[in-house]
Structure formats: structure tokens, C-alpha cells
Design a protein around this ligand. Sequence first.
Ligand SMILES: C[S@@+](CC[C@H](N)C(=O)[O-])C[C@H]1O[C@@H](n2cnc3c(N)ncnc32)[C@H](O)[C@@H]1O
Length: 210
Amino acid sequence: MSASNPVFAHVYKRLAASMERHGGEAHRRRLLAGLSGRVLEVGAAHGINLRYYPDTVTEVVAVEPERHLRADAERAAAAAPMPVDVRDGIAERLPLDDDAVDAAVVSLVLCSVVDPDAAARELARVLRPGGELRVYEHVRSRDPRRARLQERFDVVWPHVAAGCHSSRDTVATLRHAGFEVEELSRFRFPPGRVFVPTSPHVLGHARLVG
Ligand SMILES: C[S@@+](CC[C@H](N)C(=O)[O-])C[C@H]1O[C@@H](n2cnc3c(N)ncnc32)[C@H](O)[C@@H]1O
């Protein structure tokens, strides 16, 4: 299950730090505001979100398959204000029991998993009834011409960006797995006049229906 991609780990940490300085920090704070109880974060990387969890969160279970990032997440966990349980695992087969968490967080990860439908089903399985899913993802453009551009970009992009896809309709995937989207902002990040295939983002929350 454990993966090793030291080049990606190194590059991603730098990229994420730069994005944080240019607006990403505010998105991450918004993503996590108001959460409480035991929270799962899938694809937690080097623990970049840990500092933004509110103190109403009693435990974070941080699942990360890449071993260099996971080692960094363990270091970040030691400095976090709440207990953090860093686990090896993948979104498609989460190392948690059914109904194990009060909330789950996906943050720029459903673009990269091998099987987004399986990941969404797993999120539904481990969330307790009524539990909330927080979502911060870059997604398929709603403009058909731009979506076609993203599809062409994805012929190459996943091969150079550790499996990341720009054209995934992640909101549709979550709905298909039974999530009802309760609140959703759509925006371009980074903003700008030139369309970047990975720039259409969503930030919001969803809950299981039924
Ligand atoms: C683009 S990074 C995002 C990291 C972090 N969540 C953030 O908000 O910046 C994608 C992360 O997902 C992880 N990942 C890739 N495939 C995964 C999978 N199948 N299950 C769980 N995590 C995965 C990668 O190792 C990486 O840490």
C-alpha cells in the first residue's frame, strides 16, 4: 500500500507553500472552520492542514500513502494541538471501520486517486450517519470548451504530476456515491485572465443522503 515518490514529495511541499502564501491559506481555513469531533483527512500529504483545524476537533486521522510525506506528517502531528493518528493507506481502501468518524476532509486529493468512485464510496462507509464531508478540490470546468481542453491536458498531466487529473467532475462523483452537496463555492485558483487547466476549484461541504 505504501508508495514512494520522493521527487513529487519534494516538489509538492514547495508548490503547496507557495500556493498557501498566495491565497491557499484562506481556503484551507475556510475548509476546516467549524469542524468538531474525530475527523478523517484523506491524502494528508505532509500534514499541511493540521495547523488549521479548530480546537473543537478532538482527533485527526491522517491517511497518506506516500512515505516521505507521511514521515513529514508525523513530524507535523507531533506539533499539532490535537492528537493526530497518521496512517498508511489509500482512499479506495480506507484503514478505518464503518461509521468511524464524525467528519471527513478531502483537500486536493480526489484529482489524484486511481479510482474516485471507490474513494467516494469509502468516504460514505467510514462517515457516521449525518457526518459531514468537507471538500476542497480542483475540478472539471463547467464550460464545455474548457473541459475539452482539460481532457487534452490530461493525456500528459497525470504522468508528470503523480496521477493528478484536471478534468474530473468530482462533485458528480460525490453525488453518485450518495452525498448531498449543502454548500459549494466555485472559483478559479490561482485567479487570472489566462485559463490554467487545474484552476477551477470547489470548496464546500456535503452530507450523506438517507
Ligand atoms: C496534491 S496532494 C494534496 C495534499 C494535501 N491534501 C493538500 O491539501 O495539499 C495529493 C495527495 O494525495 C495523496 N494520494 C495520492 N493517491 C492517493 C490515494 N489513492 N489515496 C490517498 N491519498 C492519495 C498523495 O500522496 C498526496 O499526498
